[in-house]
Design a protein around this ligand. Structure first.
Ligand code: EPU
Length: 416
């Protein structure tokens, strides 16, 4: 297993380009199951989750070729309708094949994802929504078996927004007969990107990006090329890296509108933030000011940036409170940060972070994707050497993070 070694204390400086958004690429790859033929997706991140999702599609009979950041997917020969446990357990995003398989082929057998390192993460809302569209579901031996001769439109009101739940229902509803309304839909930019990809294929979707989405079913969809949006979480991670090392970092190819609340919080910590059309520059302050933040569905503060922001606040000049409202158990990085000298107390959904002047390097262990990113950032700002093990978590969602950070001046390397 690889690990990452960081010698902290270097101010990051320079420009960096982010890859395409993992959480947009996955549902858009799934949506190609709604069409028959070959499609090219551009700006696809070369990350482990994309490779795993490619294996899920291959298991269904698709042909996949990842060439640089271009992904060619041929769905002409889909002849199996099962996402097996072995793949779903490694990546719960695989559950995204359920909606499109059901809509296009009238059946699907998909392993239930089970819990994960950040919480129990049930899929009950995906299933309820599909039932409302007319799916018959059986849960046996850890699998969902879903059948439908023809899905029909319905009104689905989520009690709270779910990102992949909204995406699964959208992909089922685009081929359903009649109109589907999704109330309390997730508004994340990745949901909007999926809607845009579906509309290129001929789907009729309005209201994506708002909590009220309307989908008018069509009889068929055609393959269509699509450019994946830049990854706002990767962009945010590099911005926090720049801010917490007191550096000067510019993200060259992002969508600043997707980063609104993060930029607001970075400014509140004392960082200078300059926004242009498709780039953002951050200049870190000597020592951050403490802030309070609450994670929430978009446009709120992204839970996927909580660990990175906690890393920054460990060295703030005072007491910060972080409230995690999206996932039950997303503070696994707190204990590892404490091993580096951070002062963090957990009280239910809150983390109270008392800033300390310095973190010190230590061996730490990654527990999930974003927790790993938080630990890498802490290592960049700490005095001495930090080693982050279980780097495979990082590889799930960041493309060559150590190479990109090294290009900004970080003393970082991957070792076997
Ligand atoms: N929830 C339910 N029932 C459901 C679905 C969700 O109770 O049927 C709950 C979840 O347990 C959670 C809340 O609803 O408490 C919101 O979860 P959501 O469904 O929105 O999360 P997700 O779709 O499983 C996606 C991203 C996550 C990201 C969350 C929140 C993908 C592939 N994954 O997960 O990304 O944290 O939305 O923004 O899009 C990551 O990239 O590191 C990552 C974990």
């Amino acid at each position: 297993m690889d690990y990452i070694e960081i010698e902290g204390g270097v101010q990051l400086d320079g420009h960096v380009r982010v890859s395409g958004a993992k959480n947009a690429a996955l549902p858009i790859m799934a949506s190609l199951l709604l069409t028959t033929g070959e499609t090219r997706l551009h700006n696809v991140p070369r990350v482990r989750d994309v490779v795993t999702f490619g294996q899920v599609l291959q298991a269904l009979g698709a042909k996949i070729c990842l060439d640089g950041s271009e992904l060619i997917i041929d769905t002409t020969s889909i002849d199996r309708f099962e996402a097996p446990y072995d793949l779903v357990k490694t990546m719960r995003g695989s559950f995204l094949v359920l909606g499109p398989l059901l809509a296009r082929y009238g059946r699907a057998r998909v392993s239930l994802p089970g819990g994960c390192a950040i919480g129990p993460r049930p899929v009950n809302l995906h299933l309820k929504g599909l039932q409302a569209l007319g799916a018959r579901l059986e849960l046996t031996q850890g699998y969902v078996h879903a059948y439908a001769d023809q899905l029909h439109g319905a009104t689905i009101a989520f009690p709270f927004p779910t990102v992949t739940g909204t995406e699964n229902i959208m992909m089922a509803a685009v081929l359903a007969k009649g109109m589907t309304i999704i109330d309390n839909a997730a508004c994340e930019p990745e949901v909007v990107d999926l809607a845009e990809a579906l509309m290129r294929m001929g789907a009729r979707v309005t209201g994506a990006g708002s909590p009220h989405m309307v989908i008018e079913g069509v009889p068929r969809l055609e393959p269509a090329a699509h450019d994946i949006i830049p990854d706002r979480i990767e962009a945010g991670t590099f911005l926090v890296a720049g801010a917490m090392t007191g550096g000067d970092v510019t993200i060259d190819n992002c969508r600043p509108a997707h980063l609104g609340v993060l930029l607001k919080h970075l400014r509140a910590t004392g960082a200078a933030v300059e926004v242009r059309d498709d780039s953002v520059r951050v200049i870190g302050s000597e020592r951050a000011s403490p802030i309070n933040l609450v994670t929430a569905p978009y446009p709120g503060f992204p839970t996927d940036m909580q660990a990175q922001m906690m890393a920054l606040l460990t060295r703030a000049n005072g007491r910060s409170v972080i409230s995690e409202t999206v996932f039950e158990n997303r503070y696994m990085h707190a204990a590892e940060l404490s091993r580096m000298g951070a002062d963090i107390h957990l009280e239910g959904a809150d983390a109270i972070v008392m800033g300390v002047p310095h973190l010190h390097g230590a061996p730490v262990m990654a527990t999930d994707l974003r927790a790993s990113a938080g630990l890498v950032l802490a290592g960049l700002a700490a005095q001495g050497i930090t080693t982050v093990s279980r780097v495979y978590h990082l590889d799930r969602g960041y493309e060559q993070i150590e190479t990109k950070l090294a290009a900004l001046g970080a003393k970082i390397r991957r070792l076997p």
